[in-house]
Design a protein around this ligand. Structure first.
Ligand code: NAP
Length: 248
């Protein structure tokens, strides 16, 4: 294990669910953490309070990560208040599920914008600082839907598969500059997103999971924390599946 270095991290959608667990874990590893959110200021403030109460450093930053101007503003804010982003976690995501015959173009566009365009915009916005530092970690939250596909989620599956392709392409582009680019692909994790699925869908999912239960946000966060660490310095372009054996 290397010596712990304190860095500046940005977690998009860090106010709730998986992103929040990632923000708390990175803060507990000694990093300063920007907690991004789009509308739920009280959840983001609460995340900051919890991190500060544990002795960490955090900052809530509002901004729609699918919007170019908003991303530029939020990255500037993090830069001014915490410093140049060294660890970027592209976690923000939404679902707009429907069968393709019924799916409205707006549902396609919203999901692609929030889940995939955001990854391009945020990665681009932190790139100059990482190239200058010759060190950087970009970790994006994909999904098993992006690896295996999910009926009723063609838009979401496309965006999450897009993250995996983006990860490989960018990894090759910046590998010689000390920057690693990876993804994690969670299965069913207990958050507000999966709570919206209802009991029948959830129990049907549990039956297919080898470990026989949903995962916790922290179980995804620990994989992200590892990829963000100096210990993962020789891993790039990869997607770690964290699904309790769903896909076995
Ligand atoms: P969640 O509980 O619904 O939280 C979503 C987070 O994203 C919130 O912090 C939300 O901010 C933020 N967000 C949404 N749209 C945004 C935007 N346009 N700009 C900035 N922030 C935005 O979701 P989750 O379950 O933790 O999921 C987190 C990530 O993991 C997503 O990418 C999701 O696709 C992926 N994932 C989840 C599961 C699962 O089972 N839960 C499985 C596989 C992959 P506000 O608080 O302001 O709304």
């Amino acid at each position: 294990m290397g010596e712990a270095v304190s860095r500046v991290a940005l977690v998009t959608g860090g106010s709730r669910g998986i992103g929040r667990a990632i923000a708390e874990l990175l803060a507990s590893a000694g990093h300063s953490v920007a907690v991004n959110y789009v509308s739920n200021a009280s959840a983001a403030d609460d995340a900051v309070r919890v991190i500060e109460a544990a002795g960490g450093r955090a900052l809530a930053v509002q901004g729609d990560v699918g919007d170019e101007t908003a991303v530029a503003t939020l990255i500037d804010q993090v830069q001014d208040q915490l410093g140049s982003v060294e660890i970027l976690v592209n976690n923000a995501g939404i679902t707009r599920d429907d069968l393709i015959m019924r799916m409205k173009p707006e549902s396609w566009d919203e999901v692609l914008q929030t889940n995939l365009r955001s990854v391009y915009l945020c990665s681009k916005a932190v790139m100059r600082g990482m190239l200058r530092a010759r060190w950087g970690r970009i970790i994006s939250v994909s999904s098993v839907a992006g690896v295996y596909g999910n009926a009723g989620q063609a838009n979401y599956s496309a965006a999450k598969a897009g993250i995996i392709g983006f990860t490989k392409g960018l990894a090759k582009e910046v590998g010689s500059r000390g920057i690693t680019v990876n993804a994690v692909a969670p299965g069913f994790i207990a958050t507000d997103m999966t709570a919206a699925l209802g009991e029948d869908t959830t129990s049907a999912a549990v039956e297919r999971i080898t470990l026989g239960r949903l995962g916790t946000a922290r179980e995804v966060a620990t994989a992200v924390g590892y990829l963000a660490s100096d210990d993962a310095s020789y891993i790039t372009g990869q997607t770690i599946v964290v699904d309790g054996g769903l896909a076995l």
